[in-house]
Ligand binder design. Structure first.
Ligand code: UDP
Ligand code: MG
Length: 318
């Protein structure tokens, strides 16, 4: 029987001092494991010599493969490219900055092999700044949990394990990588969570600040929309539109009665403005819903386009 292949996918953006150390720790962690490993580094447009460092690793270790982006497309795009180019029956994603601990890889792989489709890392003892990281993610995690209906302790942990076929069809962009569990839940996946080790960043800098919180919130709205209504957007907009339209109709009829039967002046009445507003908004919402319906048809007819552009792939021809 041939060995199980595990792909490790790592997004790299200006992590020159980290990659060799990381590679060393991964090699040590998987030494003696029964599976075979490939390590896919995705260089997300680094400008600091990360690529050169990665190429050196590739020279020394044939398991190392490199995808080089033409420019910085973001962590989600990098992870997505790694997924798309992975060949493993099991795929593990992790950060390049040594905050995720490679020693956790075997436990993640074992959990996937046990029969889970997704194994999420939970950084219970998280080593990040309190104000800009842990506080926003405290609220962020609750929000995402509530809105997506997929309940985890930690959505932001990159260290995760997947059954290979689960990741092959995920298209990730923006801050979407943290919603992988929610996106995948509609495929009917079995997922679980395990506590993983988290460490402080020693080299290089974090690529994110507080601004990410806003992007995370906007993304969760669009995720919710895509997950529940992307097949029927008219029901979201159309429902509200119809209600407003009916409200306008009722108050309009009442005003007509006042004017034509009771012969009262209606020009200065607040109700008239309400009527007009409801008619317009209702009409607008319904048309928006119809437009969204058309867009969703196009969307579901297979918009097979990646957000990223690859300059070169190294080590994939074997
Ligand atoms: N990263 C990336 N592209 C980006 C930003 C980050 O590939 O545009 C990588 C980065 O090199 C690291 C991981 O994503 O491996 C997580 O980034 P970072 O450590 O800055 O995030 P934090 O841990 O502070 O949330
Ligand atoms: Mg980090």
């Amino acid at each position: 029987m041939s060995k199980t292949l595990v792909s490790i996918v790592i997004p790299v953006y200006n992590e020159a001092e980290n990659v060799a150390l990381l590679h060393g720790e991964i090699a040590a962690a998987v030494a003696g494991r029964p599976e075979e490993y490939e390590i896919i580094f995705v260089d997300d447009g680094s400008g600091d010599g990360s690529l050169a460092a990665l190429k050196q690793l590739h020279e020394r270790d044939a398991r190392v493969r490199i995808i080089q982006f033409r420019k910085n497309f973001g962590q989600s795009a990098a992870i997505s490219a790694g997924f798309e180019n992975s060949r493993g029956e099991v795929v593990v994603a992790m950060d390049a900055d040594l905050q995720n601990d490679p020693a956790d890889i075997p436990r993640v792989v074992d959990k996937v092999l046990e029969g889970y489709d997704i194994v999420n890392g939970w950084r219970r003892d998280r080593r990040d700044k309190w104000l800009t990281r842990r506080l926003p993610s405290f609220f962020g995690n609750r929000l995402v949990s509530w809105i997506t209906g997929v309940h985890l302790h930690d959505y932001g942990c990159t260290l995760r394990g997947f059954r290979g076929e689960v990741v092959k069809n995920l298209k990730l962009y923006g801050e979407m990588h943290r919603y992988i569990p929610a996106i995948a839940s509609r495929m009917g996946i079995r997922s679980t969570e395990i506590v993983v080790h988290h460490r402080e960043r020693r080299f290089g800098r974090s690529k994110y600040g507080l601004g990410r919180t806003f992007r995370v919130i906007l993304d969760v709205i669009s995720i919710k929309f895509l997950l529940t209504y992307s097949h029927r957007p008219l029901q979201v907009f159309g429902g509200a539109g119809l209600l407003m339209f009916l409200a306008g109709l009722v108050s309009g009829l009442y005003l007509s009665y006042e004017k034509f039967v009771m012969h009262q002046a209606i020009a200065g009445r607040p109700l008239l403005f309400f009527t007009l507003l409801m008619f317009f908004l209702g009409f607008q919402a319904i048309s928006l819903g119809l437009l969204a319906e058309m867009l969703s048809r196009i969307y579901h007819e297979g918009l097979d386009k990646n957000e990223y552009v690859i300059r070169e792939r190294i080590g994939f021809d074997r």
